[in-house]
Design a protein around this ligand. Structure first.
Ligand SMILES: [Zn+2]
Length: 362
């Protein structure tokens, strides 16, 4: 393991001999008695030496082997060290243009996952992950592009028809794609997000293994209310984690993120809404079936859609990286009217059955 001080952290002097790593004071690491020799040693922790080599170098420059060892242990325990070898291995999993783009993402991961080698391990896992985004509208295409840019190895988008002006956004499909097949335009957007030139890719075939995660983002935003559909039941049955996301009128909705058998599902949310409003199923059916009262110009604020897409991608990454985003057993709403994200709690609905435990026989 070649040790390196995390390049994501700035260094500043708090006083004449106290060095601070990082800017946000409450998270910063602080090192006292930072004299010239110690600073020279820190300069050697640059990812080109392993621990025994660093101890040797510490002795050579007059710091001493034991103080150098103690210092490295302190730096590691404070979360300031990373494994440069593991970093190189993780980045090598990506083609060159994407590798360069991932630097800041990996730097961010190194602050969220603190031990040496922890962040590269997360990035390497992302490289092997397959995500399907269903819906190539203003939200769906942007979610797909952001996930691919963040290191998800395979991101596919499914949708039909041709790109309409209302599908376009700066983070997703460009206006130049209006009139092209949504499927092709979305695939190229995903590829461009990783620095690649667009190329055709083979389509998914029946019998291929299911994706590791599905994002449900239909263009009309109805995903946010559409739990309990046949599509959702299939995902639950197959054990595929999935996230509902969409913009409906002036509201952006992210969640629930469903971990089958573990957290409340989209149908739980539908049943909850039914408890609150008996007419809800009738309204929902008309939304999904192009009912007579359908909006002629569906509302979808560009800034809101982009924020919703970014938050949705972040929640998916957090889940796949081993965290628990707030859309698990809940959902987040943002209104174009005030821009304030809110988290609402969702319990498994007693009539849904998605969290029922199998009874022991007898
Ligand atoms: Zn449920």
């Amino acid at each position: 393991m070649r040790l390196a001080l995390k390049p994501a952290l700035s260094r500043s002097w708090r006083d004449s001999d106290t060095l601070q790593f990082g800017t946000v004071t409450r998270y910063a690491g602080v090192l006292g008695n930072a004299d010239k020799t110690l600073c020279e040693f820190l300069g050697l922790v640059d990812g080109t030496r392993d621990r025994p080599e660093l101890l040797e170098a510490g002795e050579r420059i007059g710091l001493g082997r034991e103080p150098a060892d103690t210092l490295l242990t302190d730096l590691e325990e404070t979360g300031l060290l990373d494994d440069a070898e593991a970093t190189d291995r993780a980045l090598a999993l990506f083609p060159q243009p994407h590798r360069d783009l991932l630097g800041p993402d990996l730097a961010s991961l190194s602050l969220v996952h603190s031990g040496p080698g922890a962040a590269p391990a997360v990035l390497a896992r992302r490289a092997g992950t397959r995500i399907e985004v269903r819906g190539a509208g203003r939200v769906g295409a942007a979610v797909a592009a952001v996930l691919a840019a963040g290191g998800t190895g395979t991101v596919t988008v499914s949708d039909g028809g041709r790109v309409q002006p209302g599908d376009c956004s700066p983070a997703g499909l460009p206006p130049a794609d209006i009139g092209r097949l949504r499927l092709t335009a979305a695939r190229e957007t995903v590829q461009r997000a990783t620095g690649r030139n667009p190329v055709p890719v083979p389509r998914r075939k029946p019998g291929d293994p299911p994706p590791d995660f599905v994002v449900l983002a239909p263009r009309d935003g109805s995903a946010a209310f559409a739990g309990g559909t046949y599509e959702a039941r299939l995902l639950l049955r197959a054990g595929v984690p999935h996230l509902y996301v969409g913009v409906v009128e002036e509201f952006g909705i992210i969640g629930p993120l469903v971990i089958p058998g573990v957290s409340a599902c989209g149908h739980c949310l539908v049943l909850r809404r039914e408890d609150e409003d008996a007419a809800w199923p009738r309204v929902l059916a008309q939304l999904a079936n192009n009912g007579p009262g359908r909006a002629r110009t569906p509302a979808c604020d560009t800034a809101l859609a982009t924020a919703v897409a970014g938050l949705a991608a972040l929640h998916v990454q957090l889940h796949l990286d081993g965290g628990r985003p707030p859309s698990v057993d809940g959902w987040c709403e943002i209104s174009a009217g005030d821009g304030m994200p809110r988290r609402l709690r969702l319990r498994g609905h007693p009539d849904c059955g998605c969290l029922w435990q199998p009874q022991p026989p007898g």
